[in-house]
Unconditional design. Structure first.
Length: 233
């Protein structure tokens, strides 16, 4: 009862979530006959099969994305975690392999073999190939320039500091652009950057990447900027 989402395994079979009866139903495309069903816990909305809505599904596994988890996991408040259940669909009968809590409520999620990603994954951006006009590649390559009420700051981030790290001369109402380059050349060594009082934005900088943060000086005083991600501290 309550069919919601259907995916395919590439072998002529379809799999549909049943929200009301809390199950996955397997049926044959063409004859429309039910071939198997398996209970899930509880009230699945979407499901995913690697490549299941493409012309060539991989069709060995299915993940049921369940919306309701009362009585299943540690009760943490008015809202519970959701649940994902891994099901083997390689044979004639579905087999439950694993279930685990998840955050949020996934909608129309997709899965692909890890091999399609891991061998193509960028580990870091080479500084020698960074074409950003505000890139700074060393601690002494930064600086501060003023054009009217605009102030541009070229700076670097590296374990465990920024350079330059002491800025003076900014006036109330100036618009300051922090052009920050993470000069790390190592995988997964990211740095964050934020300015105190800048309420709606910060930066996450991948190794070798340059990004810009805009900040308007609201009043006279001292405003710290700081690392918000990793930082090695």
């Amino acid at each position: 009862l309550g069919p919601l989402h259907t995916e395919f395994d590439g072998k002529g079979n379809a799999y549909t979530t049943m929200f009301i009866s809390s199950e996955i139903v397997k049926w044959k495309v063409g004859t429309w006959e039910v071939e198997d069903r398996i209970p899930v816990y509880y009230s699945p909305g979407h499901l995913m099969i690697p490549g299941g809505d493409s012309k060539q599904p991989w069709g060995k596994y299915l993940v049921s994305l369940d919306k309701i988890t009362k009585d299943r996991y540690l009760p943490t408040g008015p809202e519970m975690s959701q649940s994902a259940q891994l099901i083997d669909i390689s044979g004639p009968k579905m087999k439950m392999l694993l279930d685990f809590p998840t955050i949020g409520e996934p909608h129309y999620a997709q899965t692909i073999p890890a091999s399609l990603i891991k061998d193509r994954s960028v580990k870091y951006f080479k500084l020698t190939e960074n074409k950003d006009p505000w890139v700074s590649t060393s601690e002494d390559g930064g600086g501060i320039t003023r054009h009217g009420r605009r102030v541009d700051v070229k700076m670097i981030a590296i374990r465990s500091h920024f350079a330059p790290d002491n800025l003076e001369g900014v006036q109330v109402g100036d618009t300051v652009y922090f052009h920050v380059t993470n000069i790390e050349q190592d995988w997964d060594i990211v740095h964050g950057f934020a300015v105190f009082g800048n309420r709606n934005s910060e930066l996450i900088l991948n190794p070798g990447e340059t990004r810009t943060l805009k900040w308007v000086a609201p009043s006279a005083g001292i405003f710290p900027f700081y690392c918000t991600d990793f930082c090695s501290a």
